[in-house]
Design a protein around this ligand. Structure first.
Ligand code: 5AD
Ligand code: FES
Length: 353
């Protein structure tokens, strides 16, 4: 069996490892510096020290789904529900644009109030007012026709984490109505339509094994998404998983680095969940290979209500200063925030191998 540095080097050079070697890498005991340095090297070769910012607008916390891990699941009667109006959403964009954001991410639960017509109207208006910005949707599983309609209205990107690529594990995280096969269908439809697609999974969700994670990586190799979002699972008291412990920061960081080496060109966020479990979680994520941060642009009055998990950061009085706060944090990690649309960089034909 290869040593840890040998595994890292092979992964960096070939962007792949056989299952047993991936398992050894993921379960390795001891410091990860060699891995983080390799990931940072790959990241700097492609993206330099640039960090892209995405303005996240959490516009509804109503959801028709009942995922066992999620704080805004339908059956959580303690969740105080809200929706932002089209005008409120546009105000968030206006404010975000002035702060230097060139990507707006509209994220919400699967809320039937937002019919295709309403989503299309919002997207059309953002497109009209901010022609130089990317519009990212993160509103769950829809029909191919709906995805096409949003795309035609001007949306460019779509985030839909697959959550887990293991069929039994997927079943244990979701009630019967939801199907891994449909989620995958959505992701391939989105890609075919022409969206830049983001997928991903939670690290340390209840019942997750190293084998599940390897299946996640294999699924991502097949999908070849432009963006991959991962963060630790964090428990929420009003869910069936309330008693399940949160995921590990260390394993999340290790996976960020593994993803950077397997997908050198991917856009990888240092997630809010990572920043929630560790005061310097996002900085550590950047140093492990992440190159995106997604601060919240939602009105301060609703931020606490979009509570997927407990103790979420950036929901208090400090929230309005996220841009400045993040700039200092990114700077302290050795990178810099840029005002740019931040599209995925694709490799040219000669660059591979
Ligand atoms: N902890 C961490 N992440 C969560 N998500 C949902 N619930 C939780 C939780 N309890 C993640 C899911 C979803 C994304 C928007 O947030 O991966 O796709
Ligand atoms: Fe939001 Fe620091 S990033 S307050």
């Amino acid at each position: 069996m290869k040593t840890f540095p040998e595994l890292v080097q092979t992964l960096r050079e070939t962007r792949n490892l056989p299952d047993p070697e991936l398992k050894a890498l993921l379960e390795h005991q001891g410091p990860d510096e060699v891995l983080f340095q390799a990931a940072d090297k790959t990241r700097r070769e492609i993206y330099g020290d640039e960090v892209y910012i995405r303005g996240l607008i959490e516009f509804t916390n109503y959801c028709r789904n009942n995922c066992y891990y999620c704080g805004i699941r339908r059956d959580n009667k303690n969740a105080e529900r809200y929706r932002l109006s089209q005008e409120e959403i546009l105000d968030c964009c206006e404010e975000g644009y002035a702060l230097g954001f060139r990507t707006f991410v509209l994220q919400g639960g699967e809320d039937p109030y937002y019919t295709d017509a309403r989503i299309c109207a919002i997207v059309t208006e953002i497109r009209r007012r901010f022609p130089d910005c990317a519009i990212t949707l993160s509103i769950g599983e829809k029909s191919r026709e709906s995805y096409q309609a949003f795309f035609d209205a001007g949306a460019n990107r779509y985030l839909l984490r697959h959550e887990t690529a293991s069929e039994p594990h997927y079943r244990s995280l979701h009630p019967d109505g939801m199907q891994l096969s449909n989620r995958k269908r959505c992701l391939y439809d989105l890609k075919e339509i022409g969206y830049q697609v983001g997928s991903g999974f939670m690290v340390g969700s209840p019942g997750q094994t190293t084998e599940c994670i390897i299946q996640d990586l294999r699924f991502l190799q097949d999908l070849q998404p432009d963006m991959i979002g991962i963060g630790p699972y964090i428990t929420h008291p009003d869910t069936p998983f309330a008693a399940c412990p949160s995921g590990s920061v260390d394993l999340t960081l290790r996976l960020v680095a593994v993803l950077r080496l397997m997908f050198p060109y991917a856009l990888l966020p240092a997630t809010t969940a990572l920043g929630t479990l560790h005061p310097l979680g996002r900085e550590l994520g950047l140093k492990a290979g992440a190159n995106v941060v997604m601060p919240n642009l939602s009105p301060v009055s609703v931020r606490k209500l979009y509570e997927l998990y407990e103790n979420k950061i950036c929901t208090g009085e400090e929230a309005a200063q996220c841009r400045g706060c993040l700039e200092r944090r990114v700077d302290s990690a050795g990178y810099q925030i840029v005002t740019a649309i931040g599209n995925v960089k694709r490799e040219s034909a000669g660059e591979r191998g």
